[in-house]
Design a protein around this ligand. Structure first.
Ligand SMILES: C[S@@+](CC[C@H](N)C(=O)[O-])C[C@H]1O[C@@H](n2cnc3c(N)ncnc32)[C@H](O)[C@@H]1O
Length: 273
């Protein structure tokens, strides 16, 4: 089924409106590949009919969003970030918390969490840190716009490349925190109980105002144009405590943008004075 320029532009506009993801015409083949199964499932033989359907059917918009988002992720993606959490952020936060009068738990937001590997890696890292800092209490909110990715995340069942790499790079944690179930592995409840999953569009208001100590916003800004990036970062800022940290993906830099964040070290930003 051919996606002509006219319909392609309309679909690119719908992708941007619903997700913020900026695509050019060079994404024609990708969009065709992602959307053809939707047209087939709905018994439609042209993109014009599909566009009309999207205008009338909220449920199809959900499937459209699931189809056009890319949910690649991994356990313990970008090792330097996890080393920083383990060696700097968590010890420092725990010491600060011990002297604070609020006794609030460490609150972490895994924004654009995809299929959940990042959120579970966070829970495992906090559990490991708790061996040295028994008083560490934490909660993790993991959100994404893709309901399909969130279903996978909640099921906490992983297979293939995702678990192979995890087992190779972190054998001890792998054995401790994953259990075989058929041809897959499930994250144990001891870990998953700390993670709450929810649907959230980063273009909308953050899920919690001024509540987070750490926000992971990784490998999602790359899909947005500068205007959407700025909007998403302003939302992230509103969700954070004054001394919280923001973590971005390896290929993401925000120094060109007008934000409240200042670079601290690779991938890590704090709120400026
Ligand atoms: C490549 S994954 C990154 C996953 C994880 N953060 C990581 O770094 O491994 C990008 C995720 O961003 C999500 N996403 C895209 N647009 C979004 C939006 N407007 N709001 C929330 N999530 C969005 C996608 O559904 C996808 O799961």
């Amino acid at each position: 089924m051919e996606l002509n320029d006219d319909k392609l532009d309309t679909i690119i506009g719908l992708v941007r409106r619903h997700t913020g993801i900026a695509m050019g015409r060079h994404k024609r083949v990708l969009l065709q590949g992602r959307l053809q199964p939707r047209l087939r499932a709905l018994g439609l033989d042209n993109y014009g009919a599909y566009i009309e359907r999207l205008a009338q059917d909220r449920q199809e918009v959900v499937s459209f969003i699931n189809s056009v988002t890319t949910n690649d992720t991994a356990f313990f993606r970008t090792p330097a970030v996890w080393r920083w959490l383990e060696r700097e952020f968590l010890p420092e936060w725990t010491v600060r918390a011990a002297f604070s009068s609020t006794a609030a738990p460490l609150r972490i937001w895994s924004a654009a969490a995809a299929t959940g590997e990042e959120a579970y890696s966070l829970a495992m890292t906090c559990l490991e840190a708790r061996r040295n800092f028994p008083g560490l209490r934490f909660e993790i909110l993991a959100t994404d716009i893709s309901t399909e990715a969130l279903d996978t995340a909640r099921a906490a069942m992983y297979r293939g490349r995702s678990v192979e790499r995890f087992e190779r790079d972190h054998p001890e944690q792998f054995r401790k925190y994953l259990r075989p179930v058929g041809d897959a592995f499930r994250v144990v409840t001891e870990v998953s109980q700390y993670v709450e999953f929810g649907e959230h569009n980063l273009l909308q208001r953050p899920p919690r105002a001024a509540g987070f100590d750490l926000v992971m916003l990784r490998n999602v800004l790359i899909y947005f144009d500068a205007e959407a990036q700025q909007r998403v970062l302003a939302g992230a800022r509103r969700s954070m405590h004054r001394d919280a940290r923001l973590i971005l993906g390896e290929q993401e830099t925000i120094t060109r943008l007008d934000t409240d964040f200042v670079f601290e070290q690779a991938h890590i930003y704090r709120i400026g004075d």
